[in-house]
Structure formats: structure tokens, C-alpha cells
Ligand binder design. Structure first.
Ligand SMILES: [Zn+2]
Length: 377
């Protein structure tokens, strides 16, 4: 009798423990489906959803906010995309920082910070990445999700063995969930192709002149600290490249290969006839050589394995003890955006564009990103 009682007590404690574990892990899992907060500047003129450009995205996990800053005078129109790959936080944070700071007097700036909204609802399996990282503002911490390179499989499943993207390139099956292989998208395609199609609709219907896609890559990847340009933007990319070099910022200038299909810098230029540029900074947190993944690895960007790899000459960017922190990567994106906008203005001074509030690279490097983000409510 006593033995049965003991079994019952042990069983109940075990069951309660399993239920508590299930509750807390389920809660943590579901929290990835709640959006981070963005606090737009008073310069915001319209807040749309991507589904307003492509209604088939309505009520899908691919729908995402589109922030519009329309100047009083007409001029150049610019699209800035962050979060095409949600595990490349410098692009997303640079886009959010712009939404929270800029005012446009002439022309128009459209910003989509979470381009692959579904990719922000999960992490890459077997990577052990943290779900979030934080940035200290003037009054409290802001938290941001660290997502996956790909659309969440619960939103788009199953993957084919081989994926043939909308522009005919044959790729590994999982790449069907990679937004930056899915352009120009398909009206009746899978969710990722529909997101790509929606972004093409923004480019065309908003008469975008210059479109920038903000990314990051591992330091061992050859296309790093790079400006990748479609041939239609060769001139402005070269001018911006020289301007950045004068500010002691080393970049690689890479022409978009015509046979590499499905990527933003290729298909935006070919199909929407915009000047398309993709920017890359160096992020250790999704590199293959990194140590233990953590939120501070994302924000501080310090890793001794990469210091060693640099000494062995295996990296495409210099990597020292101080690492490559998020603020430096965001500052690089901001400097590149500023240089490309100024090159666009130089190219045709009759078409005006006036913006203020764009945080300078120097200030972000010295004061930190949090100085330019609104405090949490
Ligand atoms: Zn990327």
C-alpha cells in the first residue's frame, strides 16, 4: 500500500514538472509570434501593410508593416529593406533606427524592417541561437527578436527536394523559404514567393528609384562589407564606394552576376527597373566558426575563434579582440545609405531629395544605437 502511495506521489510530481516545463517552453515558443515594438518618428506620413500592395498576403504570416515618409515636395523615391534574413540583425536594426528618426522634406522613403515577417517567428534548428537580444536606450532596454534565415516551416511546408525559383534557378529544397532567392516572386506561389511578389509591387507602384536591401554575412564569407550592385546602379555604387573610402571605410564593390537569379540586386533591377543595391556587414553570430551562441555575441560581436581565424588569414574582414559590434555594423549600413543617397542626388541634381534625422555613422559609433532608439513604453 505504502509502495503504491509512493509511486502515486512520485508520478504526480513528475507529471506536474512535465506540465510546468511544457507550459514555460510553450510560452517561450509562442512569444516569437509577437512582434517587437517600433516607435516611428513624427515624420511618418503613412503606415501600411504589405498586403495593401498585394492582397493575397492579407491575414498571412508574410504580411508586414510598410513605413512611408512622404516629403511635401515630390522627388526621388527610395525603398530600404531590412530583415530579408532575420538572423542578420544589423539590417533590421538599421531599418528600425531610420523609422524612428528620419523626416523627409522632398521625395519619399519607404522602409520595411521585417521583410520576411515569418522568419522572425522562429530560430534556425540546431544553431542554439538566442530568441532575442537587447539594446539599452536612454530609458530602459529594448528587446528584438533574432530569427531565422528562412520562412518558418509551420507557415510553408513541406520543402521540395529541389527548388526551382521564379526566375528558373535550380536550388536546394530549403531555399524555397529564402526570400532572397525568391524574387521576382509568384502571384500564386508559396508564401515566400508571395512576399517577394508583394515587395515587387511596392517597387513598381511607388515608383522607386533606388532600392537598398540590408544584409549581414559571416566573416569567412567572401562577399562581406560589400556593396553588391545591379548594372543600372553601377555609377552611383562606384561614387558611394569612393566616398566611403574617403571616410576610411573599406568595402568590396561587387557587380551582381547576371546568372545568379532570384536575388534582390538582380531581379529588382531587371523586373522593376530600379537601381538595386544589396549591402553586407560582418556578423559572427551566424558564422560557422563561432563559439557559444548568445545575445551578447550578437550585440558585442566578439569571438576568440574568429580572432584566431583572422591570424591564420582565413577571413575576408579584419577581426581583432574588440570584435565587430552591432553598433559598428549598423553604423556601416547608415554610412552606405547616406553615401548612396548622395550619389543618387549627384547623378541627377534636377530631381531633389531632402531628408533629415539620419543618424551619422560617427554618432552611432560613439554614442551607441540606443541613443537613437525610442525608450520602451
Ligand atoms: Zn542575408
Amino acid at each position: 500500500m505504502l509502495k503504491i502511495k509512493r509511486h502515486l506521489i512520485f508520478g504526480s510530481v513528475f507529471l506536474l514538472g512535465a506540465m510546468a516545463l511544457g507550459y514555460f517552453s510553450g510560452k517561450s515558443f509562442m512569444s516569437m509570434h509577437i512582434d517587437d515594438h517600433i516607435f516611428p518618428s513624427s515624420g511618418l506620413t503613412e503606415n501600411k501593410m504589405l498586403s495593401e500592395y498585394f492582397p493575397k498576403l492579407k491575414k498571412t504570416p508574410g504580411d508586414t508593416p510598410v513605413f512611408i515618409f512622404q516629403g511635401e515636395q515630390p522627388g526621388r523615391n527610395i525603398l530600404i529593406l531590412g530583415g530579408a534574413h532575420p538572423n542578420e540583425p544589423a539590417g533590421t536594426i538599421a531599418a528600425i533606427l531610420l523609422v524612428e528618426n528620419i523626416h523627409v522634406q522632398a521625395g519619399k522613403v519607404i522602409i520595411i524592417p521585417w521583410a520576411n515577417h515569418s522568419g522572425f517567428t522562429h530560430n534556425d534548428p540546431q544553431e542554439g541561437s538566442p530568441q532575442r537580444f537587447s539594446i539599452r536606450t536612454q530609458d530602459g532596454q529594448r528587446w528584438f527578436k533574432y530569427g531565422s534565415r528562412l520562412t518558418n516551416p509551420i507557415h510553408q511546408w513541406p520543402d521540395p527536394t529541389v527548388y526551382i525559383n521564379p526566375s528558373g534557378q535550380k536550388l536546394a529544397g530549403t531555399e524555397c523559404r529564402n526570400l532572397n532567392r525568391s524574387y521576382p516572386g509568384r502571384r500564386n506561389g508559396n508564401l515566400t514567393e508571395k512576399i517577394a511578389f508583394g515587395i515587387m509591387e511596392v517597387l513598381i507602384s511607388e515608383n522607386i528609384d533606388l532600392a537598398l536591401d540590408l544584409h549581414e554575412a559571416a566573416p569567412e564569407y567572401p562577399v562581406i562589407n560589400a556593396i553588391v550592385f545591379h548594372e543600372s546602379s553601377a555609377e552611383i555604387a562606384s561614387i558611394a564606394f569612393m566616398e566611403l573610402q574617403l571616410s576610411n571605410l573599406e568595402f568590396r564593390l561587387e557587380a551582381s552576376p547576371p546568372n545568379l537569379r532570384g536575388l534582390s540586386h538582380r531581379e529588382w533591377g531587371d523586373f522593376a527597373k530600379v537601381k538595386a543595391v544589396l549591402l553586407e556587414t560582418a556578423n559572427v553570430s551566424h558564422g560557422r566558426l563561432k563559439g557559444k551562441p548568445s545575445a551578447s555575441l550578437i550585440t558585442e560581436g566578439r569571438d576568440k575563434n574568429y580572432v584566431k581565424a583572422d591570424k591564420l588569414g582565413r577571413l575576408f574582414v579584419p577581426f581583432k579582440e574588440e570584435g565587430i559590434p552591432l553598433k559598428l555594423r549598423v553604423a556601416r549600413h547608415l554610412a552606405s545609405i547616406e553615401a548612396l543617397i548622395s550619389a543618387l542626388q549627384e547623378e541627377d541634381p534636377t530631381k531633389i531629395f531632402a531628408i533629415h534625422g539620419l543618424p551619422s555613422m560617427e554618432r552611432v559609433k560613439i554614442e551607441g544605437i540606443g541613443q537613437f532608439l525610442a525608450p520602451p513604453k
